[in-house]
Ligand binder design. Structure first.
Ligand SMILES: [Zn+2]
Length: 340
């Protein structure tokens, strides 16, 4: 390690668990952060300060004023300029640590681009807001034996779980299928910045253990906590399921694209999101969305206005998003307001 690095990272090198050897491992590591919202922007900043040598940030969204309450890396000028989050994050990190490599990639992680975008990363951090991408991440990580760390937060509640292929259960051992029905999202249930920081911190701590060569320090536990009610709980992850489609039978249906057909353009300035077939309770969805925008529903469809877009959601999980012809925008709006 050169003298500048030794000084810069001295407090981390002094920590026994890392030491000089661990720091050298961090400097040589390549981590991909998938999703650069509240969780991901914290991951990227913390890893950069810790001296992870190469960070790839993948995100499909733009900075909006409502992000600033919890997404530490962004500021008012990013929101005013509608900067892509991946680019804004890379620029902010370059000011924090100019000695490392940061690649900000503005893209929606999909089966078709996963191998390219995640190429070379030895660890994946989940900063996403939807199960589609998490199941894709799990398939990719398990198929290539790359560790990844699941994290999620909404309201005042969050959870995290490390997945070490070959050692621990994977996401599909724990959840064979994504949860049924619409899920609460930050757009409908709100979110406190405190829960996001705690969950992201726990993910970063596990990342530092893995990257510094302390894999044995990883506890195969699901940690859940609620910063409002104060409850913190850890349960052992279940054992690996030999019948798990992903890590048992090695059928990677999310990565092969069987599970996520692309959203199809259906006429001018509208996109049909049809990849999530499941039964939705439109009455329940209406109750959640009423706090956010104008919504009307009957037994056949729910119409939700969030300018400049209009979402029409059907009981079978389908939706038509008016106001865009970009499938990534439509998928993003769907994930935010309907939930995946
Ligand atoms: Zn599994």
């Amino acid at each position: 390690m050169d003298p500048a690095d030794r000084e810069r990272y001295s407090r981390q090198v002094l920590f026994q668990g890392i030491g000089e050897r661990g720091q050298e491992c961090l400097l040589k590591a390549h981590v991909a952060v998938i999703g650069c919202g509240a969780l991901g922007s914290f991951h990227a900043a913390a890893l950069a300060r810790a001296g992870v040598g190469h960070i790839t940030i993948i995100d499909r969204d733009f900075v909006e004023p409502s992000n600033l309450q919890r997404q530490w890396l962004f500021d008012e000028s990013d929101a005013a300029d509608a900067m892509p989050k991946a680019a804004a994050a890379a620029r902010a990190i370059a000011r924090v640590n100019s000695t490392i490599r940061v690649d900000g990639i503005v893209a929606d992680l999909e089966p078709g681009n996963a191998a390219d975008l995640l190429c070379g990363a030895s660890l994946l951090l989940d900063g996403t807001d939807n199960f589609d991408t998490r199941f894709l991440l799990n398939d990719f990580a398990v198929s290539r034996s790359i560790p990844w760390i699941y994290g999620a937060a909404v309201g005042s509640y969050g959870l995290t779980m490390p997945v070490l292929p070959g050692r621990t259960a994977c996401l599909r051992c724990v959840y064979p299928e994504p949860p049924a029905g619409a899920q609460p999202t930050c757009e409908t249930a709100g979110v406190l910045n405190a829960i996001v920081s705690v969950i992201a911190s726990l993910q970063v701590a596990d990342a530092l253990k893995i990257l510094s060569g302390n894999l044995e320090k990883i506890q195969a536990r699901i940690t859940t906590l609620d910063v409002w009610s104060g409850g913190i709980r850890q349960v052992e992850m279940p054992p690996r399921d030999p019948e798990c489609p992903a890590c048992g039978r090695r059928e990677f249906s999310w990565l092969d694209g069987d599970r996520r057909a692309p959203a199809i353009l259906c006429g001018r300035d509208a996109v049909q999101v049809h990849e999530r077939q499941r039964t939705l309770d439109l009455g329940e969805l209406k109750a959640r969305l009423e706090a956010v925008g104008e919504v009307r529903a009957n037994a056949f469809a729910l119409r939700f206005l969030i300018a400049p877009y209009e979402l029409t959601v059907f009981p079978d999980g389908r939706a038509i998003v008016k106001g865009t012809n970009d499938p990534a925008v439509a998928r993003s709006l769907y994930a935010r307001y309907v939930g995946l």
